[in-house]
Design a protein around this ligand. Structure first.
Ligand code: C5P
Length: 276
């Protein structure tokens, strides 16, 4: 009897490759803005999503909302929120982070975070676990980005409190290279470090920037900030913006004002720096 051709039981190579590729960021500035839902109740989150889902590209669920409501916070806004970015900044032993990444993939989030300071093995195992889940379930894997140095920290705190003797820029570059070498898709970094990360990690590496402050707005606890247009023209793929939008009386109007400022100052630069 003629032998049947081999039928691969697992996902084939092309599918694995597809799952590995991170799509380039959207061209329109509004689709690159991710609003941080740093609120206490599902109702507040819901309200912000209702007001902003037509204006911005996605929403970030972080420690506050997730600690208060767990996966319900994701299920609640899924459907109308578009892209959901789960920002829990995992930093634990590799096995624990890998299992958590698998659960994040099960939740169907579009992007998630770990701390680069968790080390190479933690990041590799995390990426592998989320990727394997996605391939096995034929869903897109979450984009995994590593936090380099929090935007609320200064050079002085890095040396004095954390005992890191490197210059802040060098520490960010070092952690970005480590994240890239560990197979992660990108990093979270302050707008001040976007250029150096682009230079070091190339055009395909995803850069997400919090610490975004429109001209004249309050910086709150953020120390390394920049205006939205500058962050985009420097090469950020996505901007995370919280209080300048969510704390406004009219969040949609605040987001539109930010978009106008981007159009005015950075529209052309953004197109020039778009990843191929
Ligand atoms: O309100 P604001 O615009 O400062 O919010 C920034 C958001 O980005 C917060 O949700 C914060 O947790 C997050 N973030 C940050 N710095 C990092 C990583 C995440 O500010 N390095």
């Amino acid at each position: 009897m003629k032998k049947k051709p081999h039928q691969p039981t697992g996902p084939d190579r092309a599918e694995k490759e597809r799952a590995r590729t991170v799509p380039p960021p959207p061209r329109r500035p509004r689709d690159r803005i991710l609003v941080a839902l740093d609120v206490q109740t599902l109702k507040e989150a819901d309200d912000l999503v209702d007001r902003l889902h037509d204006v911005v590209g996605g929403f970030k669920v972080g420690h506050q909302l997730f600690t208060a409501h767990g996966p319900k916070a994701i299920h609640h806004i899924r459907g109308k929120a578009g892209r959901i970015f789960l920002d829990l900044k995992y930093h634990d032993i590799p096995a624990t982070v890998a299992k958590s990444a698998c659960e994040a993939a099960r939740l169907g989030v579009w992007m998630m975070t770990v701390h680069a300071a968790g080390g190479r093995e933690m990041m590799m195992r995390c990426k592998e676990a989320a990727f394997e889940y996605a391939v096995a379930h034929r869903t897109p894997p979450p984009i995994i980005v590593a936090v380099t140095v929090l935007t609320s920290l200064t050079q002085l705190e890095l040396i004095r409190d954390l005992g890191v003797s490197r210059n802040l820029d060098e520490q960010v570059r070092h952690l970005a290279n480590l994240a890239q070498g560990s197979g992660l898709d990108g990093v979270v970094a302050s707008p001040n470090e976007i250029r150096l990360i682009r230079e070091s990690c190339g055009p395909q590496f995803v850069i997400v920037s919090p610490g975004i402050r429109p001209a004249g707005s309050e910086s709150h606890d953020q120390k390394r900030t920049a205006e939205p247009a500058r962050a985009l023209s420097d090469g950020a793929d996505y901007l995370v913006i919280g209080r300048p939008i969510t704390g406004a009386l009219d969040p949609a109007a605040a987001a539109e004002a930010i978009l106008s400022s981007i159009e005015k100052h950075g529209g052309r630069a953004l197109q020039e720096t778009r990843r191929p």
